[in-house]
Design a protein around this ligand. Sequence first.
Ligand SMILES: [Zn+2]
Length: 157
Amino acid sequence: MHDWSPIGKMRQRINPDEPCSCPSCDAEVEAKHHLFCCPCPKREQCRRDAITAISGFLDKKCTVSDLKSVLLQGLQGYFNDPNYRMPVPGLTSTDTWLVKGIESQNKIGWGELPKGRMALDFETHQAKSNPNYHRGTNHQTQQHWTVPLVSLLFDHS
Ligand SMILES: [Zn+2]
């Protein structure tokens, strides 16, 4: 579901005889974000499968629970609204990086997440949750958490 997917609007730009409507539902114009909110049951199922796969991955990788909620809420939020911005929670000393991550991702855009553009503060939040945190933990987190997560998101986008 990347920018170059053959969505209706783009099909029509290439060939004006093509309809720009969605082939799966009755939407008159199939614009970029429509892929994420198309009411067609098959596409709805695709989105549910993506959320389930991502959620399972986050559990398997021992993702901190508040970070897991934020990532899933962000993706779901984007599915519902292309301009989704997450409310930024008040800052406490334990979740500094998570809050910074939400602020950064709000700027980057939650729709960029499936393209692999994830706020780096999330990685730091995940790394710092390790009780044995030390200088090498950031690098380990990048290898074992960030890189596979980003490729998974990319696969489902
Ligand atoms: Zn549709």
